[in-house]
Design a protein around this ligand. Structure first.
Ligand code: FAD
Ligand code: NAI
Length: 475
């Protein structure tokens, strides 16, 4: 007799594990199936985010930033460092430890919430009495039946045609996080989020980094003024970003990788590097799910087709996170997970796609929520803009990092905040205030009238809100 559950979640990434926890909190008998293996072949809950995404990349961004500060910036504070050395092995081991703490954290949460965990690959078998039968292929094979199925199988790195990932020379995000020695020369294809974050890590650790971007504009989805400011900072750091390139043949051999490309001027360039990271986006992962067995519909990109409520074409089958439409972000996956569990319980779970924040964890950090100035212009919406530079912020001066600005966009008539865009120190944390404000439909003046601690970077947020009405106090 197959084991029966109210809810089975396929995938233990941020979408899946959060959906499982919320469903368990709501009183359901829940199972989660995840196939990720750690180096020893055991389970490693947390998905892409925990194992080869958000968490390890942020650990290396932190470590490499310390290294760069010790080498280049401590001296400004009167701290002279002699004999600075990089122990890359230890840095990578620390990153692995941080990953493990997070893997263990999810396993603990499953126990705490009495969620049954299966380690293995789940695939659809058939619609069964009152639900769906799944096969779990792990150490053993077993059949389980769930009344509701939540598919949260995530995404995989997209490879360039003709240049498959070997994780030795041609690296996906996985290999990019465990290069054993700092490459002398490193190329990245794609100057999106991974290109900039991973490019920053290896540049700080000593690699000569070239980022090749197909589009003629830098960070097209980011507010233009903010993207321009960020680009200036990256150029100054020596991160070489070439826009408008057309990548041609890629040859990988014992000595490294040769990338042939045509630059924006139409010139043919041949670039030899030790390693190549390909970061040109990700593809939804439905490999091995056997969606056909039950007629689960996919769209032309291979994503599972869902409506605004994450309902698929099948009754009681839901899909969330990277495997469906929308931004591929951990917190978006989590919000969808909570909302779906609540919908299964007959509640009114809701995700506001207009207030999902984005953060790029480079230095300077880039963060935004809501609409960009170019989007408002394209819509023909009447708006007011206000900016405040960190150069005029006391805390930023004390930190020794005055790069960047905060920018507010508000409706010209009602003053409702339409978008907030930031580039500068610790804006990954500052953006939350803007998200809260937009969720509460605040006006720019609401923020301008709130007391912000002094000295703090958040004063730049208040001042940018004041700038909407041309009444900054410190600039
Ligand atoms: P995933 O995290 O991909 O999890 C899916 C899980 O399902 C995996 O464990 C997989 O093994 C399992 N699985 C798949 N198929 C099956 C099956 N048939 N049976 C059993 N198990 C299966 N997002 C942010 O918000 N902030 C960041 O800072 C950030 N940094 C990133 C850095 C990098 C380098 C990368 C690659 C991504 C980053 N992301 C970041 C994106 C983030 O990782 C994803 O948006 C997020 O992990 C999506 O969550 P998910 O639950 O949909 O899928
Ligand atoms: P991306 O979509 O951010 O960027 C891909 C870039 O590659 C784009 O600029 C695109 O124009 C370019 N490109 C595509 N094909 C190309 C080609 N053939 N030649 C040259 N350039 C080409 O994708 P990325 O960086 O791979 O990251 C995937 C996703 O993972 C992100 O979109 C994001 O959702 C998530 N992520 C989020 C992070 C965060 O929140 N801080 C960090 C890292 C990843």
């Amino acid at each position: 007799m197959s084991k029966q559950f109210d809810v089975i979640v396929i995938g233990g990434g941020p979408g899946g594990y959060i959906a499982a926890i919320r469903a368990a909190q709501l009183g359901f008998n829940v199972a989660c199936v995840d196939e990720w293996k750690n180096a020893a072949g055991g389970p490693a809950l947390g998905g892409t985010c925990t194992n080869v995404g958000c968490i390890p990349s942020k650990a290396l961004l932190q470590s490499s930033e310390h290294f760069e500060h010790a080498g280049k910036h401590f001296v400004d504070h009167g701290i002279n460092v002699k004999g600075l050395e990089l122990d890359l092995g230890k840095m990578l081991a620390r990153k692995d430890q941080v990953v493990k703490q997070n893997n263990d954290g999810v396993a603990y949460l499953f126990k705490k919430n009495k969620i049954t965990f299966f380690h293995g690959r789940a695939s659809f078998v058939k619609a069964a009495d009152g639900g769906y039968e799944l096969k779990v292929a792990g150490a053993a094979e077993e059949a389980i039946v769930g009344k509701h199925i939540i598919v949260a199988t995530g995404s995989n790195a997209r490879a360039l045609p003709g240049a498959p990932f070997d994780e030795e020379n041609i690296l996906s995000n996985d290999g990019a996080l465990r290069v054993g020695a700092v490459p002398k020369k490193l190329a990245l294809i794609g100057s999106g989020v991974i290109g900039l974050e991973m490019g920053s890590v290896w540049r700080r650790l000593g690699a000569e980094v070239t980022v090749l971007e197909g589009l003629p504009t830098f960070l097209g989805a980011v507010d233009e003024q903010i993207a321009k400011e960020a680009k200036k900072a990256f150029d100054k750091q020596g991160l070489k970003i070439e826009l408008g390139v057309k990548v041609g043949e890629i040859k990988s051999g014992k000595k490294g990788v040769n990338v042939a490309y045509t630059n924006a001027k139409g010139e043919a360039v041949s670039l030899d590097v030790d390693k190549l990271i390909v970061s040109i986006g990700r593809v939804p992962n439905t490999v091995g799910l056997n969606a056909e067995a039950v007629g689960l519909a996919l769209d032309e990109r291979g994503a599972i087709t869902v409506d605004g409520d994450c309902k698929t074409n099948l009754p009681n089958v839901w899909a969330i996170g990277d495997v469906v439409r929308g931004p591929m972000l951990a917190h978006k996956a989590e919000e969808e997970g909570v909302a779906v569990a609540e919908r299964i319980a007959g509640q009114h779970g809701h995700v506001n796609f207009n207030t999902i924040p984005w953060v790029i964890y480079t230095s300077p950090e880039i963060a935004w929520v809501g609409q960009t100035e170019q989007q408002l212009k394209a819509e023909g919406r009447a708006y007011k803009a206000g900016t405040f530079p960190f150069l005029a912020n006391g805390r930023a001066r004390a930190l020794g990092d005055t790069t960047g600005m905060v920018k507010f966009l508000a409706d010209a008539t009602t003053d409702e905040i339409l978008g907030v865009h930031m580039v500068g120190p610790q804006v990954s944390e500052l953006i939350s205030e803007a998200v809260v404000a937009m969720e509460f439909k605040a006006s720019a003046e609401d923020i301008a009238r709130i007391c912000h601690a002094h000295p703090s970077l958040s004063e730049a947020t208040k001042e940018a809100a004041l700038a909407i009405d041309k009444r900054t106090l410190n600039f």
